[in-house]
Design a protein around this ligand. Structure first.
Ligand code: NAD
Ligand code: MG
Length: 396
C-alpha cells in the first residue's frame, strides 16, 4: 500500500496511557493527516478495545498474552475481527517496525519500552519519543542506531520538545552555550523536608500542574523525573552534563530555555498540556491545531524561577552522578528507580528512602555501557536485584 500524500501512518505504543490518549486526541482532530495503523498497550485490553472501536487500526498488540486473548475475543464480538492482535514484548516491538507505519509514538512506561523503541529505531522510523527511559537505559546505543538507520527522533517530553523548538533551524547546537530545563518542583516543593517520610502514594501522585501516569508522577515528586530528563537531553542534543541546568518554575508555563553565547535565552511557553508538544512532534516542521489555547498571560500573572534545594531532592544529584559515570550507571539508576517507585506505590518503601535505594544500587553495580538490547536487559536485571536487596534491608 502506498501512503497518500501528507498522510502519516501512526503506531501508538502505550496507547491507553496518558501520552497515548493525548496523542490519539490530536490524531482524531486531523483525520485527513493521520491514520492510526497500530496500537499497543501492556495489559489493558478493555482500553485498547475502545481505541480499536474509534480508530479502526490494522493491528493491535498487548504485552500480556492473557489480555491479548481477551482482546481477540471481544474484537470479534464487536465485529472487528479483522484487527490482527499480536502479543508479548515481541508483538509490541513488531508494531514499532511495521513496514506500513511512518511514525511511531513511544509512550510505553519504563524500561519495558526499550525493545519497541529500539525496533522502531532500527527500522528507520520517524520516532516521536515520549519514553525517556529508552535514552536513560541505552542512550548512546539508541542514538547510534538512529544515525545508522536514518531514524528521525522528535522529542515529545515537554522540556525537550521546548529545547527542540528553540534550537537553530538545522537543529544543531551551534552557538548554544547551555540549556535550562524547568521543573515544577512537584507536590512537595514547599513541604517541610523533615516530614517527607510520611508521604503517602496518593499525595505523591497528586501533581500540582500536570495530569500524568503514576510512575512519572512519583518521579516528579522526587525530581528523579528531572534527573532522567537531564540524561535524556544530553543524548538527544549531544550536550555535556555541565551544559544542562535545572531550575524550579512553579507555574509550569515555560518548559525549557535555550541559552546562546550572545546572552540570548529563547524560551518556549505553553499551557501544561502534553497535547502542545505532542502536536508539534506530530506535525513537525508544520504547526497543527492541538486543541489547546494560548496561555492568557495577564491571568497567569507571574513567572517565578528558583534554584533547586538539593537536600529536598537528592535524586537529581544521583542522576548527574550517574551521567558522569557513563551509560551503564544510568541504566542502573533507571532500573533501581523503577523498583523503588513500585515498592513505594505498593507501600513497601518510604517516600524518602527511594533515593537511598538508588544510591545503594549505584554503589553495588558497576555496569559497562549496554551494547545491545540483551546487555541492557542484563544490567537492568542485576540493578533490580540490588535495589530489592536495599529495600529488604530498609524493612528489617
Ligand atoms: P501511563 O502509565 O499513563 O501509560 C503507560 C502505557 O504503557 C499504557 O498504555 C500501558 O498499558 C503501556 N504499557 C505498560 N507496560 C507495557 C509493556 N510492557 N508493553 C507495552 N505497553 C506497556 O504512562 P504515561 O504517563 O503516558 O508515560 C508514558 C511515557 O511517556 C513514560 O516513559 C513517561 O516518562 C513519558 N512521559 C510522560 C509524560 C506525561 O505527561 N504523562 C510527559 C513526558 C514524558
Ligand atoms: Mg518532562
Amino acid at each position: 500500500m502506498v501512503a497518500e500524500r501528507n498522510l502519516t501512518r501512526l503506531a501508538v505504543l502505550g496507547a491507553t496511557g496518558s501520552i497515548g490518549t493525548s496523542t490519539l486526541d490530536v490524531a482524531a482532530r486531523h483525520p485527513e493527516r493521520f491514520r492510526v495503523e497500530a496500537v499497543a498497550a501492556g495489559r489493558d485490553w478493555a482500553g485498547l478495545l475502545e481505541i480499536c472501536r474509534h480508530h479502526r487500526p490494522r493491528r493491535a498488540a498487548l504485552a500480556d498474552a492473557g489480555a491479548a486473548a481477551q482482546l481477540r475475543e471481544h474484537l470479534v464480538e464487536a465485529g472487528l475481527g479483522g484487527v490482527e492482535v499480536l502479543e508479548g514484548e515481541g508483538g509490541v516491538a513488531e508494531l514499532g517496525a511495521d513496514p506500513e507505519v511512518d511514525a511511531v509514538v513511544t509512550a510505553v512506561v519504563g524500561a519495558a519500552g526499550l525493545a519497541s523503541s529500539l525496533a522502531a529505531c532500527q527500522a528507520g522510523k520517524r520516532i516521536l519519543l515520549a519514553n525517556k527511559e529508552t535514552l536513560v537505559v541505552a542512550g548512546t546505543l539508541f542514538m547510534e542506531t538512529a544515525r545508522r538507520s536514518g531514524a528521525t527522533i522528535v522529542p515529545v517530553d515537554s522540556e525537550h520538545n521546548a529545547v527542540f523548538q528553540g534550537l537553530p533551524a538545522d537543529k544543531g547546537v551551534a552557538g548554544v552555550e547551555r540549556i535550562v530545563l524547568t521543573a515544577s518542583g512537584g507536590p512537595f516543593r514547599d513541604r517541610d523536608p523533615d516530614t517527607l517520610a510520611e508521604v503517602t502514594p496518593d499525595e505523591a501522585v497528586a501533581h500540582p500542574n500536570w495530569s500524568m501516569g503514576q510512575k512519572i508522577s512519583v518521579d516528579s515528586a522526587t525530581m528523579m523525573n528531572k534527573g532522567l530528563e537531564v540524561i535524556e537531553a544530553c543524548h538527544l542534543f549531544g550536550l555535556g552534563p555541565e551544559q544542562v541546568d535545572v531550575v524550579i518554575h512553579r507555574q509550569s508555563l515555560v518548559h525549557a530555555l535555550v541559552g546562546y553565547t550572545d546572552g540570548t535565552f529563547l524560551a518556549q511557553l505553553g499551557s501544561p498540556d502534553m497535547r502542545v508538544p505532542i502536536s508539534y512532534a506530530m506535525g513537525y516542521p508544520e504547526r497543527i491545531a492541538s486543541g489547546v489555547e494560548l496561555v492568557d498571560l495577564a491571568a497567569a500573572g507571574r513567572l517565578d524561577f528558583q534554584a533547586v534545594d538539593e537536600r529536598r531532592f537528592p535524586c537529581l544529584g544521583l542522576a548527574y552522578q550517574a551521567l558522569r559515570s557513563g551509560d551503564g550507571a544510568c541504566a542502573v539508576l533507571n532500573a533501581a528507580n523503577e523498583v523503588a517507585v513500585a515498592a513505594f506505590l505498593e507501600g513497601r518503601l518510604r517516600f524518602d528512602r527511594m533515593a537511598a535505594v538508588v544510591e545503594e544500587a549505584l554503589a553495588a553495580e558497576a555496569a559497562p555501557p549496554p551494547m545491545d538490547l540483551e546487555s541492557a536487559r542484563s544490567i537492568d536485571g542485576r540493578a533490580r536485584q540490588a535495589a530489592e536487596v536495599a529495600i529488604g534491608r530498609f524493612r528489617d
